[in-house]
Design a protein around this ligand. Structure first.
Ligand code: GRF
Length: 217
């Protein structure tokens, strides 16, 4: 299937292991995308170093330098537009985006979340899954809407929870899932295979719920 070279702006706040997964997938030619810029709200985010190693322009946009979410979002949008990004990837970006910027880039912002949405929106998902005694846990990629962790789900992957699992072990296992599903979602978008109908994501015209974890890239 033909895919255009999609321009990405990747937003991070921390380690950037998912950023690295995207960089590696681009380098290996597995996804038809190029990262135009990496933006972090945290100056010490290690992901910035990863981006610099890959010769990707980086920017730090500290939320503490702005008096309101709206002003911060405007500055963010100005930066993103300088790079003509087709898609904005929130890869561990620990900031909530306001309704205005979400609307400006409708279906052009995707987020990665460490749970099987719609379960466990918000923070501390691994601890909450363990406390609830769930049998499975996982990760989701979804389109961003104005409601937190609530947009149409693009793809998910899951693992069984073992009796010996801890927050740390789940974090590691979920990271591995994330490193697979985030590049997959980007590639589907680059291939123009996704549409949204009545709040549900369709892959090649079929409801994505039928193949969230089994569809190959
Ligand atoms: C990921 O688990 C993501 O789901 C969550 O933050 C983590 C970021 O990890 N929102 P990294 O910075 O990509 O290593």
């Amino acid at each position: 299937m033909n895919a255009r070279l999609m321009s990405l702006a990747v937003l991070i706040s921390g380690q950037g292991s998912n950023l690295q997964a995207i960089i590696d997938s681009c380098d290996r030619g597995e996804i038809s995308a190029t990262i135009r810029c990496v933006i972090s709200n945290e100056p010490d985010a290690y992901g910035l170093t990863r981006a610099q190693h890959a010769n990707i322009p980086t920017h730090v946009l500290k939320h503490t330098d702005y008096s309101s979410r709206q002003l911060y979002d405007h500055a963010l949008a100005d930066l993103i537009d300088q790079y003509h990004a087709d898609l904005i990837v929130l890869a561990g970006f620990m900031r909530i985006l306001g309704a205005e910027i979400v609307e400006k880039y409708q279906y052009r912002i995707i987020n990665l979340h460490p749970s099987l949405l719609p379960k466990y929106k918000g923070l501390n998902t691994h601890a909450r899954v363990l406390a609830a005694g769930d049998k499975r846990h996982g990760a989701s990629v979804h389109f961003v809407t104005a409601d937190l962790d609530d947009g149409p789900i693009i793809t998910q992957a899951s693992i069984p929870i073992e009796g010996s699992d801890t927050i740390e072990s789940l974090q590691e296992k979920v990271h591995e899932l994330e490193h697979r599903i985030l590049p997959r979602a980007i590639q589907w978008l680059a291939q123009n295979r996704l549409t949204v109908d009545a709040g549900q994501v369709l892959l090649d015209g079929k409801p994505i719920t039928q193949c969230r974890t089994t569809c190959s890239p």
